[in-house]
Write a protein that binds this ligand. Structure first.
Ligand code: SAH
Length: 354
């Protein structure tokens, strides 16, 4: 049995043809799936014989929402989502002035090992398929009763470590028959897997590429992110220059400020020297403290001073709004507290919110 959400229109057309059905049935089925009709029997205008064939070959991989946490500070919602095999992931819905943005997970867990991140603590369990990533947006839309206008691949997992499924997901998000969300409204965040950045550049997509840099110096970066042992900052910057050349798109650099680690004026100057000639934008993130490590959030004053240095160098800089910090909205925190509580035989959550 296949998850029908993993199929694109062409694949479903081919399937219809192979079944002796008219190709146009594929689009009819897709229209219903993307409009929250997740039961083959409820699809209108399709002969019951076709429905029977669909039911024999496909399931509709809509996961269960186990828990919804709503932030009291803003309208951020965090969904704890369970797939049929029991694996849990997190999806976050954020409300902005221009509409809703959904932050999807691309893997169950993560194998990148970033020291400050909760998603990676128990390693990676498995990749999510394109349909499983897509289903997060579909259930989010149903949850809020509204269309989503932006998609960010910044939940648990490393998107470029699940390259093929992620590229297909982008196709489904972007397609007119799919979610019909413009590429300019999609952001993919990576810890910097250099060969995959080059590969992505070849596609010349208009999505925003965000790089989790977090340090301007290789040795310091290695203490935060194991991927830095594989690729240097220079190599990342080269890959970014190529991405800019191929796509004309501005790169976003994410920099999470950790108290006493990477938040000094000197660090800001180093970062500025690296980025000065680049078509880019820096997003400073106050680190979300998690229980399992000693990384502490920097002060507001440090953030202001840090951003002043960058701005003086002419580098566009913003400070990320902390959204939903009262509901463990940082990567992997909710799943982690859920798994921990279950392990300890308790009910509900560990309550490690900030
Ligand atoms: N693997 C991808 C995308 C997922 S993480 C990546 O590394 O970019 C999304 C962003 O959240 C990354 O910039 C990541 O470094 C950051 N992040 C993870 N844990 C965090 C925490 N505790 N506080 C602040 N940012 C965090």
């Amino acid at each position: 049995m296949n998850n029908i959400l993993d199929f694109n229109l062409l694949e479903l057309k081919i399937w219809m043809k192979e079944q002796g059905e008219s190709e146009f049935r594929a689009k009819q089925v897709m229209d219903f799936l993307y409009k929250e009709v997740w039961d083959f029997d409820a699809i209108k205008n399709i002969p019951s014989s076709t429905k029977e064939k669909l039911k024999k070959s496909f399931f509709i991989g809509i996961p269960e929402i186990v828990e919804v946490l709503c932030s009291k500070e803003d309208e951020t919602k965090k969904l704890l989502i369970k797939f049929a095999d029991g694996n849990l992931i997190e999806t976050v819905i954020m409300k902005y002035k221009h509409g809703y943005s959904v932050c999807v997970s691309t893997q169950v867990g993560c194998r990148m090992g970033c020291k400050f991140c909760a998603s990676t603590i128990n390693g990676m369990v498995r990749n999510l398929s394109s349909g499983e990533i897509l289903a997060q947006v579909l259930v989010a839309q149903k949850e809020i009763g509204s269309r989503v206008s932006n998609v960010v691949l910044m939940g648990s997992g490393e998107p470029l470590d699940n390259y093929d499924n992620v590229i297909k997901f982008l196709e489904l998000v972007n397609a007119e028959y799919g979610l019909n969300i413009g590429q300019r409204h999609i952001t993919l965040s990576t810890c910097g897997i250099v060969p995959k950045i080059f590969k992505l550049s070849e596609l010349k997509l208009q999505i925003t590429l965000a790089i989790s840099l977090h340090s301007a110096e290789d040795n310091l970066r290695k203490t935060m992110m194991p991927i830095a042992n594989k690729y240097t900052i220079d190599e990342i910057i080269d890959a970014c220059k190529n991405y800019i050349k191929m796509t004309n798109k501005r790169i976003t650099f994410e920099y999470a400020l950790v108290k006493g680690v990477n938040d000094s004026i000197e660090d800001a100057k180093k970062l500025s020297r690296i980025l000065i000639d680049l078509l880019c934008h820096v997003n400073l993130i106050p680190i979300n403290e998690i229980q399992e490590n000693t990384f502490k959030s920097t002060t507001k004053e440090h953030i202001v001073n840090f951003s002043k240095v960058l701005l003086d160098f002419g580098i566009e800089t913003t400070v990320r709004r902390e959204m939903g910090s009262d509901i463990n909205a940082a990567c992997g925190q909710l799943r982690r507290s859920y798994l921990e509580t279950k392990k300890n035989g308790g009910e509900g959550y560990g309550g490690d919110s900030n």
